[in-house]
Design a protein around this ligand. Structure first.
Ligand code: 13P
Ligand code: SF4
Length: 436
């Protein structure tokens, strides 16, 4: 046993120790030690990894959380959450993403990645309410996959995703029109039966984008099935338009042998995305100019440092990391891949992990036989996952007990029907592992 069994998984506690000077760790934003309600009235993603990203003007905002939740001590909030859940019984299911803070995850009935949680939502058709402790696109996906009478609730409406926001439906429609000018009619198959381009969207995108993809013969992917999905797309099209995450697209296509020279970037603010017509015609994968600000923090220098300091370290990173980082790592895979890799290690091992800090600290606490640390030494959680706090969870649950349904996320039928088509294509391409 190489590390202490008393590791604290709480990022909140680590932040408190940093701001009080009791810890020598660093954080990217000392504001993170404050309650997220301090940022509900301020436009922006709030403190954390996405704080420098530009938020769309129409991004949902959260109304003021009542004082009795803002001012309650943590033990009281936990007690209120437990009492409300007990009162609601099987009428409610609480889902928690891997990147949620420990103080929220402890109340979740299911903890998993975005796809596993969507599956969990689908598998509870009798629950009246699904409280989704994650971000907006995940709640939308749960609404797509759950029954029409079930309410999917996002405890804090400001919990968006800066990556998902980097591809708006208007920008994607505009891109599609420009591609048609360069590539000809996009629904017309050539002599080999291939259309000019198949749109592929990462799960981390709005329902409107999933609907666009469904209407145009495309498909959704997750970080665990991106290769299978690209194979599906290449069987139907000459090239792929991949959004919003350039890194997942590039890392996946590169591993399949697509040369970088055939992967132009599409910048929605530039004509033809910033490429020439010839570059688009010669392309195999057109990569949208989007990224995750959590995973963009990881660098090759951090990997070099980890290898220098820990002989035999196993470096595993998420495929949302830049290509150089994925190339320098020992393995790359989805959040659930990372969890399973650690779970499968039979000998005490040192793991350096390139993904969100809440998951890494939880894994370190759950597997004390291993030494597990985050590649990024700076404590910098996802800004929008951080917006969910036990105060909001207590509030939405007590509202449900009182017969009200706050913060319901609903996808309208005109978007939901084609978005489901795109999701169903993904499931048919290869169903990912369901939550256990
Ligand atoms: P998964 O939940 O699909 O692993 O994605 C990681 C992520 O960035 C979620 O926002
Ligand atoms: Fe979005 Fe990245 Fe946060 Fe996931 S970790 S919600 S992709 S910003």
């Amino acid at each position: 046993m190489s590390s202490s069994p008393l590791l604290d998984p709480s990022v909140d506690h680590a932040l408190q120790l940093i701001v009080t000077g009791a810890s020598t760790e660093e954080t990217c934003a000392t504001d993170l030690a404050a309650g997220p309600w301090n940022f509900d009235t301020v436009p922006g993603y709030g403190p954390g990894s996405s704080m420098g990203d530009v938020i769309p003007t129409g991004a949902p905002r959260q109304g003021e959380l009542p004082a009795s939740y803002r001012e309650a001590a943590e033990p009281e909030l936990h007690e209120r959450i437990r009492a409300a859940k007990a009162a609601l019984g099987e009428r409610v299911v609480v889902l928690g993403h891997f990147y949620q803070r420990e103080e929220v995850v402890q109340h979740a009935d299911y903890v998993g990645d975005s796809f596993q949680l969507a599956t969990a939502a689908k598998e509870h058709p009798d629950a009246e309410a699904i409280v989704f402790c994650g971000v907006h696109f995940m709640a939308e996906t749960a609404d797509l996959l759950s029954g029409p009478d079930q309410a999917v609730i996002l405890p804090n409406l400001a919990a968006g995703c800066s990556m998902a926001d980097m591809a708006s439906i208007d920008q994607v429609e505009e891109c599609w029109e420009q591609l048609a000018e360069v590539l000809g009619p996009l629904d017309a198959p050539d002599a080999d039966g291939l259309v000019p381009v198949i749109p592929v969207t990462y799960m981390n995108s709005s329902a409107a984008i999933k609907g666009f993809v469904g209407r145009h013969g495309g498909i959704v992917c997750t970080s665990s099935n991106a290769r299978t999905v690209l194979e599906w797309a290449f069987a139907r099209g000459r090239r792929v338009l991949f959004f919003p995450d350039q890194h997942l697209g590039r890392n996946t296509a590169k591993a399949m042998g697509v040369p970088l020279s055939e992967m132009p970037l599409w910048n929605p603010r530039r004509p033809l995305g910033g490429s020439s017509a010839a570059e688009l015609q010669d392309s195999r994968v057109i990569l949208w100019h989007g990224f995750c600000s959590v995973h963009r923090r990881f660098t090759v220098a951090q990997i070099d440092q980890a290898r220098a300091a820990h002989a035999g370290v196993r470096v595993i990173v998420h495929p949302e990391c830049p290509m150089e980082v994925v190339d320098a790592a020992d393995e790359a895979g989805s959040t659930d891949f990372i969890r399973r890799a650690i779970d499968a290690a039979t000998e005490p091992t040192t793991f350096a992990i390139g993904t969100e800090i809440n998951l890494v600290r939880r894994l370190a606490a759950q597997y004390p036989q291993h030494e597990i640390f985050c590649l990024d030494p700076v404590v910098c959680p996802c800004s929008t996952m951080y917006r969910i706090h036990p105060g909001y969870l207590a509030w939405v649950l007590e509202e449900l007990v009182a017969g009200r349904t706050p913060n319901r996320i609903t996808v309208t039928a005109d978007v939901a029907d084609p978005a489901r088509v795109a999701l169903e294509r993904m499931l048919a391409a290869r169903p990912p592992v369901a939550v256990g």
